[in-house]
Ligand binder design. Structure first.
Ligand code: ZN
Length: 370
């Protein structure tokens, strides 16, 4: 059965993990070239999608390339092969290879690019949290359920996406009380007799519901609830989503001399050189990080009390912002993100364990050192 997978099956699974609506507005994610109906027997996963990567997909018999960086980013006006983006797209179309990008939507989820980076840098998994949580829509729902049905309603709502807080799921709060109602003419009550006031032991069940899950949670709640008329309240919350957003901050298990940490970063990310500012402390423990261009999070790194901020693509004048706050380590864009391919490949294998997923062996880094 796994031989007959289609592009849409892979895309759907990746979008449960990193929904497309979480991408930044300037970004271009999802299926960029090809059709969702195309059959796939083998997938190539890569950080970048270049002409060489498409050539590798041809050689290896892959029908789909999943890359972190989208090959079409700033828009295309013509396809005549005058630059590498056009040549890459033309070659993929000619060879019947679909191109799919999972970019800033994967930067913005808890289990995405930056958590992976944090683990590579040696932060303890339980210490990692989002550096700049997203102000995404979140509501608190309160539903009144007869006591015997509280568990099944809670389970159904949790399955549909309610009750997620950080690394926890199935979060809820329940208080017991008494509900009253009188069924009027035409009603078919689950308990009690029409025309008589009824008292029923009920649970007041509260759960948080994220914006993207609201319609699914409502459907699941109404289906699992035994009452003809379900009483529930929805309240908009001001809380930010702690499980979504940019960058990550975490702690090393023990303080480390900054020189040792810098060497460790180079080794873990396969870098040949690091650009960095003067150390603020001799030993470092709290590490902020952002794969790719992360200068926009320097204020957040300072507010989080980071000793070090690991990112890339920092401009000369931006280095000054780190002064006295934290040590900035500019590790290089490719170095900070190339291992995202492994993360994506593992995620695909988690759902389709027998499926052929190849990590690209094409070195796409356009930057070299000497
Ligand atoms: Zn990047």
């Amino acid at each position: 059965m796994e031989n007959a997978l289609k592009v849409r099956d892979i895309a759907a699974w990746l979008e449960v993990w990193a929904p497309r609506h979480l991408a930044e507005s300037y970004d271009n994610v999802g299926l960029l070239v090809g059709s969702a109906d195309m059959e796939v027997n083998k997938i190539l996963v890569s950080l970048d999608c270049t002409e060489d990567v498409v050539a590798e997909a041809e050689r290896e018999g892959c029908q789909l390339i999943v890359s972190h960086h989208p090959v079409i980013f700033g828009g295309l006006k013509r396809l005549n092969g005058s630059n590498d983006v056009e040549r890459t797209v033309m070659r993929a179309v000619r060879s019947g290879i679909a191109l799919y990008a999972i970019h800033t939507n994967l930067d913005n989820v808890m289990t995405g690019v930056n958590r992976h980076l944090g683990e590579l840098l040696g932060c303890t998994p339980e210490s990692l949290r989002i550096l700049r949580p997203m102000g995404a829509k979140l509501e608190k729902w309160t539903v009144f359920v007869p006591t015997d049905h509280a568990d099944s309603v809670r389970d159904a709502m949790a399955q549909a996406g309610a009750g997620h807080i950080g690394n926890y799921d199935q979060c809820s709060f329940a208080t017991e009380g008494t509900g009253t109602f009188r069924a009027r003419e035409g009603a078919t009550p689950f308990v009690g007799n029409p025309g008589e006031m009824h008292r029923e032991p009920e649970v007041r069940l509260e759960m948080v519901v994220p914006g993207e899950a609201m319609s699914a949670v409502r459907r699941a709640m109404l289906e699992a609830h035994p009452y003809e008329e379900v009483a529930y309240d929805r309240v908009a919350l001001e809380n930010g989503r702690v499980d979504l957003g940019a960058g990550m901050v975490g702690e090393l298990p023990e303080p480390m001399a900054w020189e040792d940490f810098a060497d460790h970063v180079k080794q873990a990310l396969g870098g040949q050189a690091l650009k960095h500012t003067a150390p603020v402390k001799s030993h470092v423990q709290r590490i902020a990080m952002c794969g790719g261009s992360g200068a926009f999070l320097m204020g957040d790194a300072a507010r989080a009390g980071a000793d070090v901020y690991v990112t890339s693509d920092v401009k000369y004048h931006e280095y000054f912002q780190a002064e006295g706050c934290f040590q900035l380590l500019d590790v290089g864009h490719y170095e900070s993100e190339w291992q995202t391919s492994t993360l994506i490949a593992n995620k695909i294998k988690e759902k389709f364990p027998k499926f052929a997923v190849r990590l690209s062996s094409t070195k796409t880094n356009p930057v070299t050192y000497r």
